[in-house]
Ligand binder design. Structure first.
Ligand code: G3I
Length: 346
């Protein structure tokens, strides 16, 4: 791994820069831009408040490279609400404040999901109307709290199975499929300006799922259910079929909505081999996957390109790394990997 040295300029962390021995692998690959922040798309990453607060390398890299932040966990229901009508905004507000101080956009993740549910919701017993009332109160309170400080929300996350059927979740089981449109309506009523996204994974490998999501989006548009965009998570791996990136992203773009690659990472150890070790060959294959994802995203009409958000920043802070893996464009020392250059080479 080429060693890079950080030079903190007089401008402080925001102005920090890298002096790398030879940070670009091949001179002919010299990127036309020098940071993700300068890329021809809005670069973002999922962030963790404790790391923003305490890890200077982490926060400096976020400020230097990113134009958008997503809360990896701090805006989920289990992080915000310990009880009905009870909220703790501290960590979520830290991210919003950090973004505002550094001129960044914030993407909210997520009002409605089947994971990250607090105990009080898991244990809630009520009829359909009472579940709808719970949903309305939560979405309204959270959207209202962040109104004016958050550009967009994943209103509903992962509502479909890979075969295109609705996923059985407490929301679906107690309200029916209408919970999705109700969540979008409640969010719009609380915040007339925020952009509202549906977010999911697997559109790149399941046409049935992609078709179901796009059909829902078209139906919402027909019935004037407020929806502004589709988030394709893109938790992919080094063996993923690159054609699926193009087909799924273009299918989402065909709806006319905004397209957000919302949770991008490229696993190098999808089989979770505990003995896996990292090689330069793997890093170069990973670069191709990242580069292809950017190419697929850039094939969308410019007005529909919402952004490319990484699901984390560096390899030592990824949801994937309980197993050996190196899924992100920065290594554990925040050095730029070949994957990084795959994202900024045109
Ligand atoms: O904060 C608690 C900590 O107090 C406690 O000691 C610890 C051990 O129990 O758990 C901590 O919470 C964990 C949280 O991450 C913060 O680290 C949760 O258990 C853990 O389940 C949670 O995992 C997150 C997961 O979503 C579920 O919310 C991952 O970090 C996060 O990367 C992952 O992200 C999801 C997206 O939201 C949706 N798309 C898929 C993606 C990957 O699963």
């Amino acid at each position: 791994m080429k060693k890079c040295f950080k030079i903190f300029t007089a401008a402080g962390i925001a102005g920090s820069m890298f002096l790398c021995c030879s940070s670009v692998e091949n001179p002919e690959d010299t990127p036309k831009v020098s940071t993700l922040k300068e890329a021809p798309y809005v670069s973002g990453c999922a962030v963790v408040p404790s790391l923003l607060r305490t890890n200077l390398d982490y926060s400096a890299t976020v400020v230097r490279e990113m134009r958008s932040l997503t809360a990896e966990n701090a805006m989920k229901m289990d992080a915000i609400s310990a009880g009905k009508g009870q909220y703790n905004w501290t960590d979520a507000d830290y991210i919003v404040d950090f973004a505002r101080k550094n001129g960044m956009r914030v993407h909210g993740h997520t009002f409605v999901w089947h994971q990250a549910l607090p105990s009080w919701v898991k244990e809630f017993k009520g009829n359909r109307d009472e579940w709808i009332a719970l949903l309305k109160e939560y979405v309204t309170d959270v959207a209202t709290h962040f109104r004016g400080n958050i550009a967009s929300w994943d209103v509903v996350n992962e509502a479909f199975n890979d075969d295109g059927t609705y996923r059985s979740t407490p929301w679906y089981d107690n309200i029916g499929p209408e919970y999705i449109e109700l969540a979008f309506k409640f969010a719009r009523e609380a915040d007339p300006d925020v952009l509202l996204f549906y977010n999911d994974y697997g559109m790149e490998y399941s046409k049935a799922k992609s078709d179901a999501i796009c059909a829902m989006a078209e139906d919402f548009k027909t019935r004037n259910i407020p929806i502004d965009g589709i988030g394709l998570q893109m938790h992919v791996n080094v063996n993923s079929q690159i054609e699926g990136f193009f087909s799924s992203i273009n299918a989402a773009a065909e709806t006319g909505l905004l397209v957000h690659v919302s949770e991008l990472d490229v696993a190098l150890n999808p089989s979770k081999d505990e003995n896996m070790t990292l090689t330069e060959t793997m890093l170069q294959k990973q670069k191709i996957v990242y580069k292809s994802m950017v190419e697929a995203f850039m094939s969308v009409p410019a007005a529909q390109r919402y952004g490319i958000t990484l699901w984390g920043l560096d390899d030592s802070h990824s949801w994937l790394t309980p197993n050996p893996d190196w899924p992100l464009p920065f290594d554990a020392d925040f050095n730029r990997k070949p994957a990084y250059f795959g994202m900024i080479e045109q």
